[in-house]
Write a protein that binds this ligand. Structure first.
Ligand SMILES: *[C@@H]1O[C@H](CO)[C@@H](O)[C@H](O)[C@H]1NC(C)=O
Ligand SMILES: *[C@@H]1O[C@H](CO)[C@@H](O)[C@H](O)[C@H]1NC(C)=O
Ligand SMILES: *[C@@H]1O[C@H](CO)[C@@H](O)[C@H](O)[C@H]1NC(C)=O
Ligand SMILES: *[C@@H]1O[C@H](CO)[C@@H](O)[C@H](O)[C@H]1NC(C)=O
Length: 444
């Protein structure tokens, strides 16, 4: 009886990472089962690991051969890619990337676009698969190139075990995806805007054990989204995690960020400017931040276009925060909401934030109701207010990751492909071990 109960529990804990999600995530069949159906090795479709033959056409052909059920295999080696691919209508397919794909064209768009697919896995069997964008070559000239990978309308999927280095633009975009698991990834690039790390909109998605170094979004949720769990994320110099920007018809709810480590990055930034709709039930639980520019912020008026009605923000919960900002001239806690549409039910619980510069910090609240810092009780009704509070030192001492970046990468040289890390938050073990299988689907 007990054994049966434990077994059920194990099954549940595997498929439901948390009550936060609305159901199971990840592919419906394993990569081994897919490989047992069929293997489409790109070398058999004209690819060469010679750093010059274009991987694009062989990859597209291998996909068509395996997309109805099978595994597309890109063995170890260096593959140049100069034609971008749209890989559509997969059902029970996987791509095993054990080699390195090198950007070899300055065209824009998406190098790899996965579309309209179900039961899909993109992974490295050796945990050594990578994409190298040599983005610095364009970025140092003041331009951008293609995004690395975009998933559009993909369901029951995962992506894991890959290093994505120096993209010439965004790294990973998940557009209208459901039931996904995104984990054991390292994204590393130049500290400059237009290099978003992971952008997501969709439903029932678990992001975990990810490290991002860039100059823009770390792991950001866009609209529409619900039931999203983001945990053990290391923003190792990055713009940081955000919700937004938010436009017309915003619909975001049930988002949980947990165990977020931000080194010279913002752990959360909720920004709206005009637009309409709702953001509700978002929690940031257990956060460490070293030198964040904005640290804890809701900003509902960051631009000047205030033409539309505004987004209703409610039910935000900030819990167990430790850290500090860079300069105390910026409020370390900033909850600034729309005068026409105040935020309500915001809770700050055990939030300890200080500054690297000065002997006081400020908190700024505008039209924001709830408990903690400068928030006012909702009993005051929805009247407009602005309040800046000066606060003294709280307990803020906190742990460091073993190897925080001291400064950003230079934007004028290439960088080496790092191994996928095995730690993403102090003292937390990743949820899944890195894979180490040999051959397609581990069949060798
Ligand atoms: C989304 O993908 C599924 C296949 O997984 C397809 O049946 C459906 O038509 C696609 N939806 C849209 C809006 O293209
Ligand atoms: C995804 O998996 C679920 C089972 O968990 C299944 O019901 C659904 O049809 C699958 N595909 C899509 C497109 O949701
Ligand atoms: C306030 O927000 C929390 C989530 O942060 C939620 O659990 C709670 O139900 C909300 N309270 C009300 C009265 O809506
Ligand atoms: C953070 O970036 C630095 C600089 O490259 C690197 O040495 C370190 O390994 C990174 N941290 C982790 C945990 O990967």
């Amino acid at each position: 009886m007990l054994k049966a109960a434990l077994f059920v529990l194990a099954l549940l804990s595997h498929s439901f990472a948390s009550a936060q999600l609305s159901g199971r995530v990840g592919p419906l069949t394993t990569y081994a089962a897919k490989a047992a159906v069929k293997v489409c090795n790109v070398l058999d479709y004209g690819a060469k690991s010679d750093s010059s033959t274009d991987l694009g056409p062989p990859l597209a052909t291998a996909w068509v051969a395996c997309r109805g059920g099978g595994l597309v295999y890109i063995p170890a080696g260096n593959y140049a890619m100069s034609t971008w691919v749209s890989l559509r209508q997969g059902s029970g397919a996987a791509i095993q990337l054990d080699g390195t794909i090198i950007r070899a064209s300055d065209t824009g768009g998406n190098m790899i676009s996965i579309e309209d697919s179900d039961d899909f896995e993109f992974f490295s069997g050796t945990s050594k698969g990578a994409m190298q964008g040599y983005g610095y070559k364009l970025i140092s000239q003041g331009t951008f190139g293609a995004r690395f990978i975009r998933f559009t309308n993909v369901s029951n999927f995962s992506i894991h075990g890959i290093a994505l280095v120096d993209s010439a633009s965004y790294y990973l975009v998940f557009d209208t995806c459901t039931n996904g698991e995104i984990y054991n990834l390292i994204l590393r690039g130049i500290q400059i805007g237009e290099t978003d790390g992971i952008d997501i909109w969709g439903q029932n998605i678990w992001v975990h054990d990810v490290e991002v170094t860039n100059g823009d979004e770390c792991v950001t949720i866009k609209s529409p989204s619900k039931y999203i769990l983001v945990e053990s994320v290391y923003c190792n110099i990055s713009g940081g995690n955000a919700i937004g920007s938010l436009g017309t018809g915003t619909d975001i709810s049930n988002v949980l960020y947990r165990r977020i480590y931000a080194n010279q990055a913002d752990p959360c930034y909720l920004k709206t400017n005009g637009g309409d709709g709702t953001v509700s039930d978002v929690t940031w639980d257990t956060v460490i931040v070293h030198k964040g520019p904005y640290v804890l912020a809701v900003n509902e008026a960051w631009g000047t276009d205030r033409g539309s009605i505004g987004v209703q923000v409610k039910n935000l919960y900030y819990k167990n925060w430790h850290g500090y900002n860079t300069v105390n001239s910026r409020p370390v806690i900033r909850l600034e909401c729309d005068p026409d549409l105040p935020c309500y039910n915001i809770t700050l619980n055990n939030v300890n934030l200080w500054t690297a510069d000065g002997d006081y910090v400020t908190w700024s609240c505008q039209n924001a109701y709830g408990t903690g810092a400068c928030l006012r009780s909702a009993n005051n009704g929805l009247s407009t207010y602005t309040s800046v509070t000066t606060a003294g030192k709280t307990y803020y001492a906190t742990s460091y990751m073993p190897s925080d970046l001291a400064s950003a990468f230079p934007s004028t040289v290439s960088f080496t492909i790092p191994p996928v890390p095995t730690t993403f938050y102090p003292d937390a073990a990743p949820s899944s071990k890195l894979l180490s299988i040999s051959g397609p689907g581990g069949l060798n």
